[in-house]
Design a protein around this ligand. Structure first.
Ligand code: ZN
Length: 229
């Protein structure tokens, strides 16, 4: 049920997520640029995998659900207090993902100093595409990741575009950092933050998120969550 698309030998574990990893996005939400990674978690039960029926459900508790397109990494080896090289070697694959966020609930949580769990944690709030191994993208080193780009369109119009080279903390430094907090195990997943352009999703929208040369992509219809569902 939680087999990662493209990596069927791995079952999704913990979803680690990074906030404010692009200067332009931190600024658009009037947040300070962090001096160390801002880490939060999502339940793996929020995952949505590619399928013709893939949907993002807008929950009745929010009237302002935003898309955040992100590079997503799957961990393939157990690591703890990893070096950056060990962090790179532990990457099983990369995919495109969307960190859906109930911005109104997140803003209230921020004001009160409460966790972001509910704002980030509704059903269908973590769509991801198929994972691609780094060698199949011709990437042999951490530096090679910086060439990768991603984009997100809503109803065919581009909303977000980003590059790994624009990140404040590189993917390997994030994996290394998280591994100093908590051991990582095969199947754990890391969302690495979103660039500028986050915006509200409306029922009836179609959102498409794409990695680089379309090696990983996902398309979803946005609908209201069924009552009582
Ligand atoms: Zn995010």
């Amino acid at each position: 049920m939680f087999e990662l698309p493209g990596l069927p030998h791995l079952q999704a574990g913990t979803l680690f997520c990074i906030g404010r990893n692009y200067v332009d996005h931190a600024k658009e939400l009037n947040n300070p640029v962090p001096s160390q990674p801002l880490v939060f978690l999502k339940s793996r039960n929020t995952l949505v995998f590619p399928s013709p029926e893939a949907e993002i459900l807008l929950p009745p508790q929010s009237s302002d659900v935003h898309h955040e397109v992100e590079f997503v990494f799957a961990i393939g080896e157990a690591i703890h207090h990893a070096s950056e090289q060990e962090a790179f070697n532990a990457i099983a694959g990369i995919a495109i993902g969307i960190d859906c966020t109930a911005r109104d609930l997140q803003s209230k949580a921020k004001e009160k100093g409460h966790p972001w769990t509910l704002a980030k944690g509704f059903h269908t709030f973590a769509p991801i595409g198929e994972f691609i191994t780094l060698p199949s993208l011709g990437i042999q080193s951490s530096e090679g990741l910086s060439q990768l780009t991603m984009s997100c369109t809503v109803n065919g119009e581009q909303r977000q575009h980003g590059s790994i080279s624009d990140m404040i903390f590189s993917p390997t430094s994030l994996i290394q950092y998280v591994s100093t907090i908590c051991p990582l195990v095969p199947g754990d997943v890391l969302f690495t933050g979103t660039p500028a352009g986050v915006a509200k999703l409306q029922a009836g929208d179609t959102i498409q998120a794409t990695l680089h040369d379309s090696s990983s992509s996902i398309s979803l219809d946005v609908v209201h969550a069924p009552e009582g569902g």
